[in-house]
Structures are given as structure tokens and as C-alpha cells.
Ligand binder design. Structure first.
Ligand code: PMP
Length: 392
């Protein structure tokens, strides 16, 4: 037998031990998971079709219903980043050529617009400046003018720090024969949210922010009204991977026997399950209060430093991710996150999309949302700002 010849040798980098420094993730996400969550993700691998794993999936599903505050049967976690849930929400509910109205007041509205365009939807946009929210009147006006089948809106626009009020908007959409999709990637678990009471049709989130689990698994829920729409589609959902009926069967949401759909990120499901267990033990209301108290503490400290928040009105600020305005004439905004990372292994970031160069984004979510972390951050943030000012 001829000697096999490898054109690509084994890479030298892989002969050194994996090295991952511990960092303080005080940006817009991900947040640092607690040891209990890390430990859960290191538990023994199960087969994705074994009853033991189905049991963990069922426990996770119960926790998701709690955090979404919903009785929706179709409540599960997609194997994929928040983007997978974004894609799934639009792909299942809007057919090619069908009209969607996207509320775009920042990076995530813009991203939904892009996704809907790529999926061949008839996309209309309600545009607002970053840092502003939509009033019911503006939404109703948009619904009357564009007559969409689906409205997409972001609850937690993490690029600006605005929190979109949602009470009454679900009803408005239904009055105009339209379904509503809501992005809560940067808020669910950290701020009051009621899927059923607010009559929302599809809501999704991420695992890596207020839930404090690692990224890569994304909870999503579909109302019975949303499922009726999916089940009356003229065409098949174009993605097999993101088809909610296929996913729902795998997650035990229908009455059929579970079929193989894909191999779930089993260990991420363990981590998500454990993050939901922590939330259940703490109580959702207590988690909301903790996030709020922590962020109020941050805002007070930031104001004491003479800085301002990008979203002026406190009532409409997210209690999870805050945008702090870069002061007029500040020499080099990038140097502040760089200083914190280099000297203290602490992550904050600049703006995103329309807020680039205008803000620093700071977040205290999940296991990071404690006043002690804010105190530590404020001390180091002040030092970084002084240092950048003095060295310019
Ligand atoms: N929506 C919002 C509001 C977000 O903040 C993010 C992540 N920053 C996403 C969607 C996308 O999530 P992921 O990075 O997990 O795809």
C-alpha cells in the first residue's frame, strides 16, 4: 500500500495547550455564565433521541414557558445563534412575496429588514432614529398604510439601549389582521415581559445575555394564532432546519412520536436548562428587580461622572444594556474599551450600526447583574477615561 501523502501537515498551533483568559464581560453580551451553568454544560453527553435527553428537553421547555410567560405549546430552543431565531421567525410566518412591516430604529431592525429581503418578502419599513421608540399611533398608522401580514419589532434594541413598550401593540396588530414578531434577545429574563398577556405571536431570545448561558441556542415561542398561519401556508417553509413544525415535533410540542430532525447542541441544552432553573429558583420578578436595581446604580454612577445616557428618558431605557454618550470632542472613543481590555480584561464595546462612534455600550446581565460589578466597573471606567484624556 502506498504511503498516504498529506499536503497539509498538522498545524503547529494545536500542539500548545488551549489558552482562554477569563474576562469580565460587561458589554452588550455575552455575559459571564455562573459556575453552575458551566458545570451543567460539561455533563455527560446523551444521544439526541434518547428518553433521558427528551426529559431534559421537556424540563427546558417548561422553563422557557415560564421565562416567556406563555402557555404556547410551540415553545422550544433552536440550535443556533439569535440570528437563527430571527431567520426562523420570519421564514415561518412570512411567505415569499408576502408583506412584512419592519420597525427599524437601530441595528436589529435593520438586520431583520435584510433577512426579510433575502427571504424574498415584500418588505416595508417604519424607520425611526436610533434611541427613539414607536408610539401606538405610529404603529397603527404604519399598519393602515402598509397593510402587512406581519409586523417585526425589537423589544430590546441593544445598539441604542431603547426598550420598546409593547402593551397594546399585539391587539393593534390583530385588529389590522397582522401578526407580530418580537426580538427580545437583549431583554428576556431581565425585564418584565408577558408574551400571552401582550398577545404576541412570535417571540425569540438568546441564551447568552440575561439568561447567562453560553451562546448558540435560541429560545423561541409561537402562539396558536402564529401556528394557524404556518399551517395555512401555500408553500413549504423553505428551510427544513428552521421549520417550526419539524422543530416542534423534535421538542415534543405536537402529539406525534418524536422524529429525528437534527442533532441538538445537547450540552447547550443542559446549560440553558440550568440557567432557567436558576431563574425559577430566584423568581422571575426578583430577576427583573435585580437587573433594574443594578442598572439604576450604573446610571447614577455614570451621571455622577458627568456623562450622559444616549436614551434620555429613564423609563424607556433597557435595564440590561446601556449606551453611554461619548462626550463631545472626546479624543478617541476606541481607546477606552481598549484600555479596559488590555489592563483589566474587561469588555465594553462601542456603538453598533447607526450608533458607532457615538456611544459606549455597557451591559450587566444574568449572573453579572450585581451592584458590586457596577462599582468595580465605574472605578475602572473612570480611570480609563482619565487616562485617555491625559494621554492625548
Ligand atoms: N437581536 C438583538 C437585540 C441582539 O442584541 C442580538 C445580539 N447582539 C441579536 C439579535 C443576535 O444574536 P446572536 O448574536 O446570538 O445571533
Amino acid at each position: 500500500l502506498a504511503e498516504p501523502r498529506l499536503n497539509i501537515p498538522p498545524p503547529e498551533q494545536l500542539f500548545v495547550p488551549l489558552s482562554v483568559p477569563t474576562k469580565l464581560l460587561f458589554g452588550p453580551g455575552p455575559s459571564n455564565p455562573s459556575m453552575r451553568i458551566y458545570n451543567a454544560s460539561a455533563m455527560s453527553l446523551l444521544g439526541h433521541l434518547q428518553a433521558d435527553f427528551h426529559h431534559v428537553m421537556d424540563e427546558t421547555k417548561a422553563g422557557l414557558k415560564y421565562v416567556f410567560q406563555t402557555n404556547n405549546e410551540y415553545t422550544l430552543a433552536i440550535t443556533g445563534a439569535g440570528h437563527a431565531a430571527m431567520e426562523a421567525s420570519i421564514m415561518n410566518l412570512v411567505e415569499r412575496g408576502e408583506r412584512i412591516l419592519v420597525c427599524n430604529n437601530g441595528m436589529w431592525g435593520a438586520r431583520a429588514q435584510e433577512i426579510a429581503e433575502r427571504q424574498g418578502c415584500d418588505v416595508r419599513v417604519l424607520e425611526k432614529s436610533p434611541g427613539e421608540y414607536y408610539t401606538k399611533e405610529e404603529i397603527e398608522q404604519g399598519l393602515k398604510e402598509h397593510k402587512p401580514s406581519v409586523l417585526f419589532i425589537v423589544h430590546s434594541e441593544s445598539s441604542s439601549g431603547i426598550c420598546q413598550p409593547l402593551e397594546g401593540i399585539g391587539d393593534l396588530c390583530h385588529k389590522h389582521n397582522c401578526l407580530i414578531i418580537v426580538d427580545t434577545v437583549a431583554s428576556l429574563g431581565g425585564t418584565p415581559f408577558f408574551t400571552d398577556d401582550w398577545d404576541l405571536d412570535c417571540v425569540y431570545t438568546g441564551s447568552q445575555k440575561c439568561l447567562g448561558a453560553p451562546p448558540g441556542i435560541s429560545p423561541i415561542t409561537f402562539s396558536p394564532r402564529a401556528m394557524a398561519k404556518v399551517n395555512s401556508r401555500k408553500s413549504k417553509v423553505p428551510s427544513f432546519y428552521l421549520d417550526i413544525n419539524e422543530l416542534g415535533n423534535y421538542w415534543g410540542c405536537d402529539n406525534g412520536p418524536r422524529r429525528y430532525h437534527h442533532t441538538a447542541a445537547i450540552n447547550l441544552v443542559y446549560a440553558l436548562r440550568e440557567s432557567l432553573a436558576l431563574l425559577a429558583e430566584e423568581g422571575l420578578e426578583n430577576s427583573w428587580k435585580r437587573h433594574n436595581d443594578t442598572i439604576e446604580h450604573l446610571w447614577a454612577g455614570i451621571e455622577k461622572m458627568g456623562l450622559e445616557m444616549f436614551v434620555k428618558d429613564k423609563v424607556h431605557r433597557l435595564p440590561t444594556v446601556t449606551s453611554v454618550k461619548v462626550p463631545e470632542g472626546f479624543p478617541d472613543w476606541k481607546a477606552v474599551p481598549e484600555y479596559l481590555m488590555k489592563k483589566y480584561k474587561l469588555e465594553i464595546v462601542g456603538g453598533m450600526g447607526p450608533t458607532v462612534g457615538k456611544v459606549w455600550r455597557v451591559g450587566f446581565m444574568g449572573h453579572n447583574s450585581y451592584k458590586e460589578n457596577v462599582d468595580q466597573f465605574l472605578r475602572l471606567f473612570k480611570e480609563a477615561i482619565e487616562s485617555v484624556k491625559n494621554s492625548s
